[in-house]
Design a protein around this ligand. Structure first.
Ligand code: GLA
Length: 387
């Protein structure tokens, strides 16, 4: 990938003198979905696929971007002066958002850049191509200009830019997983205070299989923001009867005790998901530590049911993938992963069942949905790097 992106750089910008290449990974979340903006726990891991960027400083204020994933757009030009989101700027709104967010923190770029990007995360798959682009941009800026920030800052800067420059009110999970990834480990992160712990996820006798539904419903961003405000409203209602900072502060029992304070049934179900999913995540990590993969899988399955019925962020295509996965002997657990409304499922599958899993789930998906799903047996990779 490094050579490919350098070769393209040479083709587009003439030569590769003083060019540096950087990488940041995408992520898959094992459990703890839609808990990260509710002060709950998440359990994602970085993948070995992600976004590669070749970059060189310029002598003026210009920014010139080229993406190998969007060849048809050619070179997109702008400037480090007066960074603002523009529709015509297409994907470059992500790196520009990060530059803008650095500036908000007092880190001003002294010059412009020429940039060529190449990503190998399937588009729209919900494996965090945008977070990896934000993190690789931040990592590159830190390296090129010596900005004094930590990797956790890179995650926060990425999230800030996505919320305030690109208008998606995401939580911290994706950027954190990309910036803090560690090979063969998932990250048990408490989003209430950003304390975290690495948990080895080398599964004896089983693999992590990501299945791409190859559908992405257009509601993703808008419905995501709606869920987020429903949870905020439910929290305010609960705060009239119990002293909590986030839904993640409640146990299941406390939720049942106080839920009548929430004035609407839909909001009760949204909040219920956030509370129960947080507890499931804590229990799942305990199960993993106790080598109880069976329980881990059961909690993944319960997570799916809750996301489907109470949080309502699944869709027919994803439900087909999960239902069919559950039928295959050797599947330890399977659920939707990421923001929802399409994208991918994540499954833990016994080694000897992986081939059968792909065959059976693939055939059923073709028959019931009329599409070919893609399967990736994934490896857990490290965070960002200069290559
Ligand atoms: C998206 C967001 C994350 C998180 C997940 C759902 O990926 O970017 O912050 O909320 O959805 O768990």
């Amino acid at each position: 990938m490094k050579e490919t992106v350098l070769k393209k750089f040479e083709e587009i910008f003439g030569d590769i003198k003083d060019v540096n290449v950087y990488f940041a990974p995408g992520r898959v979340n094992m459990i703890g979905e839609h808990t990260d903006y509710n002060g709950g726990h998440v359990f994602p891991c970085a993948l070995t696929i992600g976004t590669y960027v070749a970059a060189r400083k310029r002598e003026d204020d210009k920014l010139r971007f080229y993406s190998m994933n969007f060849d048809r757009l050619g070179v997109i030009e702008s400037s480090i002066v007066d960074l603002k989101p523009e529709k015509e700027a297409e994907w470059t709104n992500y790196p520009k958002g990060v530059m803008w967010a650095f500036e908000k923190r007092g880190f001003k770029m002294p010059c412009g850049l020429d940039i060529v990007l190449n990503g190998n995360i399937p588009n729209g798959s919900g494996l965090s191509s945008s977070a990896s682009l934000e993190v690789v941009t931040g990592y590159m800026l830190r390296d090129l200009f010596g900005f004094d920030v930590t990797n956790v800052d890179l995650a926060l800067i990425g999230q800030y830019s996505e919320n305030n420059f690109n208008g998606m009110n995401c939580g911290i999970m994706d950027q954190f997983a990309s910036a803090m990834g560690k090979k063969d480990n998932a990250i048990f992160l408490d989003t209430a205070d950003l304390s975290y712990e690495y948990a080895p996820l080398v599964l004896k006798g089983a693999k992590i299989v990501v299945t791409n539904s190859k559908v992405k419903h257009s509601l993703v961003d808008s419905e995501y923001n709606v869920r987020r405000s429903e949870c905020e409203k439910a929290l305010e209602e609960l705060q009239t009867v119990v002293d909590i900072k986030g839904l993640g502060d409640l146990s299941e029992e406390q939720f049942e005790q106080y839920k009548s304070a929430i004035g609407d049934d839909v909001r009760v179900r949204r909040a219920k998901h956030a509370v129960y999913e947080n507890r499931r995540t804590i229990r799942a990590v305990e199960a993993l530590k106790n080598n109880d993969l069976k329980l881990f899988g059961e909690l993944m399955n319960a997570s799916h049911v809750s996301l489907r019925d109470d949080y309502q962020v699944s869709c027919d295509e994803i439900d087909v993938l999960v239902e069919e996965a559950w039928k295959v002997p050797g599947v330890i657990g399977s659920r939707i992963t990421g923001g929802g409304f399409g994208g991918c499922t994540v499954s833990i599958v016994k080694d000897e069942a992986v081939a059968e899993f792909q065959e059976k789930v693939g055939a059923a998906y073709r028959e019931r949905v009329g599409k070919d799903a893609d399967f990736y047996v994934v490896e857990i990779g490290d965070g960002p790097a200069k290559l």
